[in-house]
Design a protein around this ligand. Sequence first.
Ligand code: GLU
Length: 423
Amino acid sequence: MATTTLSLEQEKNPWLAAEARFDEAAALLKLDDGMRKVLKSPAKEITVHIPVQLDDGRLEVFTGYRVQHSIARGPGKGGIRFAPNVTLDEVRALASWMTWKCAVVNIPFGGAKGGVICDPNLLSDVELERLTRRYTAEIIDFLGPERDVPAPDVNTNEKVMAWVMDTYSMHVRHTVTAVVTGKPMSLGGSRGRKEATGRGCLIVAQEALHRLGLDPASSRVVIQGFGNVGGMAARLMSRQGFKIICIIEYDGAVHNPNGLDVDALFEHRKETGSILGFSGGEDMDPGKAMFLECEILLPAATENVITSQNAADLRCRILCEGANGPTTSVADEILMDKKIFVIPDIPANAGGVTVSYFEWVQDRQGFFWNERLVNTRLAEIMVDSFHAVVEYAEKHNVNNRTAAYMLALDRVAEAIKLRGIYA
Ligand code: GLU
């Protein structure tokens, strides 16, 4: 691939990474030039400048984006993130990943993503609410249960989703719960949504272990991130007998070769504000933790943590991508040479959007499912998607990531062909 000539900065540009993978899959599918252009171009990119009155009376203006990459298979779907390093390129890439993610697990959505450049840690709750409401108001014409349905992502949660839902509802003058997913249970949220991404990771990791003939009970897991995805995955995996030997956070890592007591670690963090200093493990240099020998490495924090600079040092058997885009496209080649079994982000972290789909269905029906039903249906979709990707990879002699992209692109291209181009 030509990507090997990229500088590290280019390698880490998520839009270039998304393009590289797209190009490879599109070439293998022999998609014609016109279809490639249609599939690659985001359908809509909205940039808004959001004035917010701060608590001390000053006015500040924040920049926000919403990109709808594709609505070919259904309404746009994807989270909203609040972070200081949000860029349009990143939101664009994440929106396209949502298109492929929804297609690979075959749920009837397109792909979208939103982001606001801000540091939520520096904003009060009231400021955050004002920011969320004004951002929602600025993009409101593009939202709706049939148009574009946001959800939580980095630094946003069910409280933020409740504000989005309320702002939208106030504008249209009636309550529309299905305009966002990941809402609180009392406002039309779904049972199992909070755990869904972590649960999805657990399910695909189990399938991968089974495939490789490895036993969960003797499987060592290293997890980067202890938030909604990593924390949930850690909890659920340890309940299934996996040995969580290391958790890596932004401020350090904690290691126990015999397995960490995950519930006790949650308790410790609640009391002290950090995973460090935990009596059930040793603090460890987070820069080294990712390279511990293990059966499963689960990056569940941010993009670009596995790059051309460090991929060769990984010592895992399975890489299960809980985050979006944790591996650069250049690193993919190294992982392949090392014969690491990669469960790519699409479908590995698709559990979240899958239960978002269930939430949207429940809201629209006004009929809510019990947790068992949510989890059973989630497991069905995750297991089927995992096998579809792995079998496609074997049949076409490509790696799992390329297979996932090929499956997804093919489905979206088919929808576009059947719909035709409106003129
Ligand atoms: N932000 C999550 C993701 O990247 C969930 C998106 C959704 O539920 O719409 O998959």
